[in-house]
Structures are given as C-alpha cells and as structure tokens.
Design a protein around this ligand. Structure first.
Ligand code: NAD
Length: 356
C-alpha cells in the first residue's frame, strides 16, 4: 500500500432530539457573540426551536439552490454589516452552500466559522467544496476555509423531509459512496468509509420509506450520508459527479433527483472495469453484484428513473455529450468514448434500465 490520506479537521455531534443542546454547546465553546442563522422561511420554525438556547444577532432566509452570486453577495454584506463571528446553517445542501460562501476566501467575512445543522442527506457539510452560480453557469472549487468547523446531526430533524425527497437525497449520498470508490484521489480509507456508507444507506433508506417518522431508519441513513460525504471529500469527484454537474448546470435540473437517476448508468459503465471496487460495493449491498444491489435498492425505493421526467429536453443529450467528455476525470476505470456517453445519457434520459 502506498497512499496519502488527509483527514479534515471538524467536530461531529450526532444525537437525535439533541440539536438545540449540541448547537448551544458548540456556540458557547467557540465564545461566539454575533451569531448569524441561515434558514429558509419554510424551516424558520424548526430553526427557532433549535436556536432557542443561543443569542441570534442576524437571521437570514434568502437561500437559492446552487448559490447565485448575487444571493451570496447580499448574505456576505449582511454578515459584514452585523459584525457576525459565527454562522449557523440549518437546512439542506443549498443552505449549507450559502454558509460556505460566507466563509470562503475573498468574502468580507472570510474564515468565519460555520456550524452546519443538515436537514437532508446532501453531505456538503463535510466537504471543502464550494459552488457559486453566475448567469446560469455554476462554478465549483475547493477552499479549506469553507469546511464547517462543526456539524450537528439530529435525525429527528429529518422526519419532516418528504419520502420522495428522502429517497432522492439518500441516493445522492449513495452516489458519493459509489463515486468515492474510484475518485481521482481514492485511497483504502475512503473505500472502507464508502463501503460502510453503502451498507448503512441500503439498510436505512427502506426503513425510512416504511416509517418516515421513525428514528431508526433516519439515524442509519444520516450516519451513512455522513460517511458518504467524508469518503467523497477525500476521494474527489468521479465520473458520476461530473455527469450530474454538467446536466444540472445546463438544464437547471433538481440536484438530488439527477444523482438518483444517473447513478445506475455510471455504475454499469464503470463496474466491469473496476472489479475490486465493484466487489466491495456488492458486499456492502449484500448482493451478488454491485449493479444488482443498486437495482434492487432502487426498486424497493421506487427511485426516480428518467431525466426527461426532471425536465431535461431530448435535444439536450447531444449538447451535453461534449461537455461530459471534456469532464471525464483522469483515471476513470472505464475508457469513455463519445458513443458511451451518448448511450449513457440517452438511457438516463429515457429511463431505460442499464444492462446488469
Ligand atoms: P436543498 O437544500 O435545496 O433542499 C431541497 C428542498 O428540501 C428545499 O425546498 C428545502 O427547503 C427542503 N428541505 C430540506 N430539509 C428539509 C426537511 N428536513 N424537511 C422538509 N423539507 C426540507 O437540496 P439538497 O439536495 O440538500 O442540496 C442541493 C444543493 O447542495 C445543490 O446546490 C448542490 O450542488 C449542493 N451540494 C453541495 C455539495 C458540496 O460538497 N459542496 C454536496 C452535495 C450537495
């Protein structure tokens, strides 16, 4: 074995029904005096309950998926004007994304510590990846300054996430695990985390669907989503994330659902060329093969199947092919040709099951 593995510096507090208590402890431990809380209007009541034990200097509710630059600018100006010294983001990946935009190098409050309280399974809270959108073009990059200093995980906050969004978001987490198996910086530690993440998500998501208000499935899924994010942050974006990034940016598709649709197609392409990773994925699913394991889980979950159902136009396939080809990560297990990408996008667009 010969590898380099960076462990990111971050505190995780995990406990159901303990978000308020854990957040208060985190704020007190950091001696923060001017706390900004980011939460959408829809999640305001939840956020008020969670922040009951801390003094909030500034509430901010303007959150837009993929963080448009003007939205980031307004939030940064508000934070600077209020002299904010800690940012709490309560919500999904979009809310966490805005909190990260505040902490990013170049922001007037660059380096401000962020405490994330995630309410979906997106995993952004454990990565150094930021994303900003300008005039319909999304740019992403990495910056150590955006990594939240602490994450407060509370599975009870997830019981309000509708079943279809829970499935899509959970499959977004599963995609982090699968892509981490062959990401450009993958190492054996990432593969262990990703394998355990797949097992947790494969057990947790059906339990969430059977009992959306129950904590057992929610905790297992959230634990899996955390491991998924950590593995992905270390291994880097593989082919799956590149495809979703291109499609999401070009056609303004919903993030988690796009991941849920594309994943089986990328797995089917790469698995035959990465037998060790595929065997590990299969073991984590408790299935004969990686593709069969994912197929069975998606069947049980009634996962979204087709990009056309998400609003992608058929003519978009030809437009996306060159952009995907240009983004294929070095070291992707399968050699990727124009024919492969066209076939992959056509199948994902139409909702055709990949061959297993
Ligand atoms: P989201 O944050 O936009 O949330 C989706 C919807 O669910 C919103 O309407 C939100 O209000 C609602 N919601 C969230 N939690 C809820 C709950 N517990 N109960 C009821 N409703 C709830 O979607 P997302 O998929 O979590 O995040 C997507 C964004 O995150 C994208 O911009 C994506 O690029 C980004 N992301 C970034 C990274 C990274 O590492 N930087 C990783 C994953 C995702």
């Amino acid at each position: 074995m010969d590898f380099v593995h960076d462990s990111l510096r971050q505190r995780i507090r995990f406990g159901s029904h303990r978000a308020a208590e854990n957040l208060a402890a985190e704020v007190a431990g950091r001696s923060a005096r001017r706390v900004m809380v980011i939460a959408t209007e829809g999640q305001r009541a939840t956020a008020e309950r969670i922040t009951a034990g801390i003094d909030v200097a500034l509430w901010h509710s303007e959150v837009v998926m993929h963080v448009p630059v003007e939205v980031a600018r307004r939030a940064r100006d508000a934070a600077a004007d209020a002299g904010v010294d800690l940012v709490v983001g309560i919500g999904g990946g979009s809310t966490t994304g805005l909190a990260k935009a505040l902490a990013m190098s170049g922001s007037p409050v660059a380096g401000v510590p962020v405490v994330a309280v995630p309410t979906t399974y997106a995993g952004s809270e454990v990565t150094t990846v930021w994303g900003l959108t300008d005039g319909g073009t999304k740019t992403t990059g990495t910056d150590d300054a955006v990594l939240p200093a602490a994450v407060v995980y509370d599975a009870a906050l997830h019981t309000s996430l509708p079943a279809d969004l829970s499935v899509a978001s959970g499959l977004n987490a599963l995609a982090h695990c699968v892509d981490a198996m062959w990401g450009p910086r993958v190492d054996p530690v990432d593969q262990v985390l990703a394998g355990e993440g797949i097992a947790a998500l494969a057990a947790g998501l059906p339990a969430v669907l059977a009992d959306p208000a129950g904590l057992a499935g929610r905790e297992r899924t959230l634990y899996g989503a955390y491991l998924a994010g950590v593995a992905f942050a270390s291994a880097g974006s593989g082919l799956h994330h590149k495809v979703c990034h291109v499609l999401g940016g070009m056609f303004d598709l919903p993030h988690a659902q796009t991941h849920a649709v594309v994943l089986p197609h990328v797995l089917a392409l790469n698995a035959p060329h990465a037998p060790d990773a595929a065997a590990r994925i299969a073991r984590s699913f408790g299935a004969g093969t990686a593709t069969a394991g994912l197929h069975e889980l998606r069947r049980r979950l009634g996962a979204p199947r087709a990009l056309r159902d998400l609003g992608m136009p058929e003519a978009g396939i030809a437009r996306a092919v060159p952009a995907v080809l240009a983004a294929v990560p070095p070291g992707n297990p399968a050699p990727v040709t124009e024919h492969d990408v066209t076939a992959l996008l056509r199948a994902a667009w139409a909702g055709t099951e990949p061959a297993r």
